[in-house]
Ligand binder design. Sequence first.
Ligand code: TXA
Ligand code: MG
Length: 345
Amino acid sequence: EKGLRKMKTKLFHSENLEEASHYLKAGELVAFPTETVYGLGAIASDDAAVKKVYQVKGRPSDNPLIVHVASDDIASYVAEVSPMAKKLMRAYWPGPLTLIFNVKPDIFAPSVTGNQTTVALRMPDQPMTLQLIKEAGFPLVGPSANTSGKPSPTKPEHVLHDLEGKIVGVVDGGETNIGVESTVLDLTDSRGPIILRPGAITREQIQIVIDQKVWMNHEVSQKNQEGAPKAPGMKYIHYSPEQPVVLIKSDWQGKIKELLQKNKRIGILASDEKIAELTEKSELSVYSLGSIKEPMLASKKLYAGLRYFDGQDVDIILAEVYPKEGIGIAVMNRLEKAATTIYPE
Ligand code: TXA
Ligand code: MG
């Protein structure tokens, strides 16, 4: 954080987008809403501003950033727009699908892509943010607007909690809808399209549009042809609240009893149905992810839930295992990264 001056962080609304864009053009950082989570914006050709993004997040510089565009007219940014990419953009942009292309040289600031020859592009489904990008006159980088390692922000107050005084402002779009970050799909691998990070757009939804097999990251070797890691962000700590998180596969009562005997204060992150089953509720701090029948709600509330316990007097968080289908795949991907252990082992 050295060299960063403290500033008063403003809230921008739809009538202040032009003002927000002036700050961006002056090299300042403005966080913006998307349909997934809040992003930390800087103009993607401004190397000094992009370096500041890494600095205020505390993000390792070898973890490249997503560039947010306001239309699917991306020919000037990437080496080639394949028929497959065109189909996917037509079907899912604007929306929670990030596509990885070979980048055209000297368009984006070097710090955007790290040392990679590829760039991640996405068109967010958020009218204010599309307007902000247009006013800024160039695409914006937008890593999730949290301190590196913490749960991503789904409300403006989460952004302020992590970055107040470090950035000029936040465009207030209220609570985000989807709640987990976009699906990241690599289109540059000779083995075919690979999902590097699961999100709201599922493998099945991608396959149906391109009529071709899509791989999940864990199904193929983690190395590309050059031997470099394919998903640079994956090796870092993610989504971690202050307390350890334990994923409970079964025997909730056994684990709760064991912890209460050790005088541990317990947080519960689970569905309405699971919470209703638990006894000794007066001794538990509970955050509901909604009905188990509505996994979209779990996705929307997941990060707010993990952040909720930061303000609670608990020693440990017990979290429910959701079925790995549809958006549940993305929810479990984040919970498994947040978790320190699984019970029973
Ligand atoms: O929903 C989202 O994608 C949100 C909103 C704000 O748009 N953004 C977001 O950004 O989640 P971030 O920086 O927190 O996550 C970007 C992910 C990281 O895992 C990063 O490693 C990967 O995308 N990524 C970015 N550029 C890449 C590239 N050229 N090749 C491979 N992975 C890349
Ligand atoms: Mg992130």
